[in-house]
Design a protein around this ligand. Structure first.
Ligand code: MOS
Length: 736
């Protein structure tokens, strides 16, 4: 393969930097009206009245939609427990309030300013009920998490409690992680436009077909009557994986207004009605022999949950597979609170779970006076300890070795506070990263035109991840055409259906069908040339012909060749088209498929002020084959940067009296900026995984964040002697 893997520039780079790329809120729709969403100010209770008179009297106001006048929707069946991608929505069908920040009204006006002005003038009265707003209180009523397909809430193997009792060394620790909120640069936005009973939704989403299904179910109309368009998305990270209330509210408001309606949610509204990473409390118990071999691993997780719907953060997933330990027990419980429904946030479960597990491993290494890398190698899992299956590929041993070498790990003196730079405390810490390789069914089509260009289509998404670019490369490779001649289209339910762009599965799901459709179109063209009396290739066998750079050429006689477009032109110019549809086979029954990596971090801590800086991170990964070196490394780097935010900065501060998020803006909700990021050195090992899919790609969307928070916590301990088990690691915790 020559085009796949190249670090070519982003295909969509120019339209993005010139502003030509249309994001959801930017589509110019005639007669567009503007909506403002109003949210509740109490965490639990009922709306007793909404006085809309003042709002409706303002100029330009078209609709004030509340539970009193909103269109009645068909009654929703509650989705079965464990159903993914379907969330209970707040669509103004009753007066109930389940959390502070729940949508309770939508105002539509001729301008955004009129809509916002009117929205502020609604007078809402409530009958408030007692609310559960403390995790501690919620934990008194735990519920078992619903079992997910292939992911039961509880697992065990061997005899965990027995193994723990017998172990020479024991560790018993609790780790906690806070509420966090997704904040992609582009907040959620929807433009809804009805044409009779046809609905078009321009939406910021990771799942156009999911939005379509939700709209069809919500309004009780056929999916074929709904089109969802999402050519550009300004970041998703999980929050745009589900379809949230505002999307349906935009469509309802558009119905009432009799015109297309734009509902762009405000930055503050990112903190509640569109998902959150739940709080977690993770109880880790490790038992080990003197040589570091794990005798027992017990990981009990509680995550915060919502009354409106269930979402457990599956923190134990990493513990189940990462180390060869015969005696294991994991549990998953939910503590229900009056908060917005939690959802997937980059590496849901793996990012939070690895913080606990990989911190605990570091603590155990200190107990044993053992090097943390050595401890991990001592427990290296040669096969999947959960399923007993061989790995499709695993180069974690190499990741440790190369990462340690590049970082200079051998020069580390393990004693806390033993390394300094002047008066600054220096800490070196490491952790393991892993993420499962997922794949779902997808479809694609490929068309070769008489002018020698090609159009390849699939209803997938580019969240800023590089999908346009890598799919163009994959198609160009299979077609035998230059990248510049291939156009890839995505982000529309009018295209062949593709799954949610979540779970790091876009390349693994869509890539193979793009490759197959493009290969099939190329083969059709070759067949046409062979049977064409006017072709220089007439009578050749298909396997004697190579397609490359837009030409069909005879392998043993390079003089016999012709341009791909010319073959079509001679046949009346009709484009040559092929379709493909494929999904996972039974490879998951034979192999365990995961990406792995090793993260090494250096921190500098001011001994008086407790401020933590991260001058460098060295990370090494085995993720199968990278489709594009440039966008791929960039995506992994983005994950590491977010890991630094998770480790040191991010927390949504919940007001225990009102249930309101106090720092619901990007001034007070801290994320890393350029000045917070030092050197990030990423190595992706050559990994030839023939089992995973035809492209050998395992997925890179999420593994970058995994392990980073633990590596930082371990480095902070090494620097300061303070073990912080509660994220984020902020100044107050270090000077206490
Ligand atoms: Mo990812 S959290 O599955 O978008």
């Amino acid at each position: 393969m020559s085009i796949i893997g190249q670090g070519i520039d982003r295909i969509d780079g120019r339209v993005k930097v010139t502003g030509a790329a249309k994001y959801a809120a930017e589509h110019a729709i005639p007669r567009l009206a503007y909506a403002a969403m109003v949210t509740s100010t109490i965490p639990n209770g009922r709306i007793t009245s909404i006085d809309t008179d003042a709002a409706r009297a303002l100029p330009g106001v078209l609709v004030v939609m509340t539970h009193q006048n909103a269109p009645r929707l068909p009654k929703q069946e509650k989705s079965p427990p464990g159903t993914q991608g379907v969330v209970a929505l707040s669509l103004l069908q009753d007066d109930r309030v389940h959390y502070n920040g729940q949508p309770i009204a939508v105002v539509v006006a001729d301008t955004l300013e009129h809509a916002q002005d009117a929205a502020h003038r609604l007078k809402v009265r409530y009958a408030a009920d007692k609310a559960v707003l403390s995790f501690r209180q919620a934990k008194q009523h735990l519920r078992k998490a619903p079992d997910q397909p292939e992911r039961p809430a509880d697992t065990s193997r061997g005899n965990a409690t027995g193994g723990l009792a017998r172990a020479a060394f024991k560790l018993d620790r609790v780790y906690t992680t806070p509420l966090e909120n997704h904040n992609p640069m582009e907040p959620h936005a929807t433009i809804a436009a009805w044409d009779g009973d046809q609905l078009t939704l321009y939406d910021a989403t990771q799942n156009v077909s999911g939005v379509r299904k939700t709209a069809a179910r919500t309004f009780g109309i056929a999916a074929e009557k709904i089109r969802v368009v999402s050519p550009f998305v300004g970041g998703g990270f999980g929050c745009k994986g589900n379809t949230w209330s505002h999307v349906m509210l935009a469509a309802m408001a558009s119905r009432m207004a009799g015109s297309p309606v734009k509902l762009a949610i405000e930055r503050t509204q990112m903190f509640g009605p569109v998902g959150t990473r739940p709080m977690t409390e993770q109880h880790l118990r490790l038992g080990a022999a003197r040589d570091g071999k794990l005798d027992a691993l017990l990981h009990d997780t509680i995550s915060s949950n919502a009354f409106l719907d269930d979402f457990p953060e599956p923190c134990t997933s990493v513990s189940r597979i990462l180390y060869a330990c015969d005696n294991l027990q994991t549990t998953q419980r939910m503590a229900t609170m009056h908060l917005g429904v939690p959802t997937y946030m980059r590496a849901p479960g793996e990012s939070t779970g690895s913080f606990a597990l990989e911190s605990a491993l570091d603590e155990l290494a200190y107990e044993l006076h053992m090097d943390p890398v050595q401890l991990r190698l001592q427990n290296y899992a040669e096969k999947d300890p959960e399923k007993g299956l061989p790995w499709s590929s695993k180069s974690l041993r190499e990741c440790y070795r190369i990462g340690a070498e590049k970082f200079g790990w051998a020069r580390r003196t393990p004693e806390p506070r033993s390394m300094r730079d002047g008066r600054t405390l220096v800490g070196w810490g490491m952790a393991t990263a892993t993420y499962p390789a997922h794949r779902q069914k997808a479809k694609a089509s490929a068309t070769i035109n008489a002018d020698g260009s090609a159009v390849v289509r699939s209803g997938t998404h580019d969240l800023g991840t590089g999908t346009y670019t890598v799919m163009t490369q994959i198609a160009a490779e299979a077609l035998g055409m230059p990248v510049a001649k291939v156009m890839f289209e995505l982000g529309d339910t009018g295209l062949p259906e593709a799954p949610v762009s979540g779970g790091s599965q876009t390349v693994a799901s869509v890539g193979p069908v793009v490759y197959a459709a493009a290969s099939a179109a190329r083969d059709k063209l070759i067949a046409m040339a062979i049977s064409d009396n006017a072709s220089a290739l007439r009578g050749a066998r298909p396997d004697e012909i190579v397609a490359a750079d837009g030409w069909l050429t005879h392998k043993s006689d390079a003089g016999k060749r012709e341009a791909m477009g010319a073959v079509i032109a001679r046949h009346g110019g009709q484009p040559v088209t092929a379709d493909s549809e494929a999904g996972p086979g039974d490879e998951k029954k034979k192999y365990a498929m995961h990406s792995f990596g090793a993260v090494f971090a250096e921190v500098h801590v001011d001994p008086d002020l407790g401020t933590v800086r991260v001058p460098r991170v060295v990370a090494t990964y085995g993720v199968g084959r990278l489709m594009n070196r440039k966008t791929g490394l960039s995506q992994l780097m983005g994950g590491i940067v977010w890991g630094i935010g998770m480790g040191l900065m991010e927390k949504s501060e919940l007001d225990g009296r009102t249930g309101r998020i106090l720092n619901a803006n990007l001034a007070d909700y801290h994320v890393p900026v350029n000045a917070d990021i030092g050197q990030i050195d990423i190595t992706v090992l050559d990994e030839d995984d023939k089992q995973i899919n035809v492209l050998g790609a395992k997925g890179i969307g999420e593994i970058g964040i995994v392990g980073v928070a633990a590596a930082l916590a371990n480095a902070v301990y090494h620097a300061t002697g303070k073990r912080i088990r509660d994220l984020p690691i902020t100044v107050d915790k270090l000077i206490a």
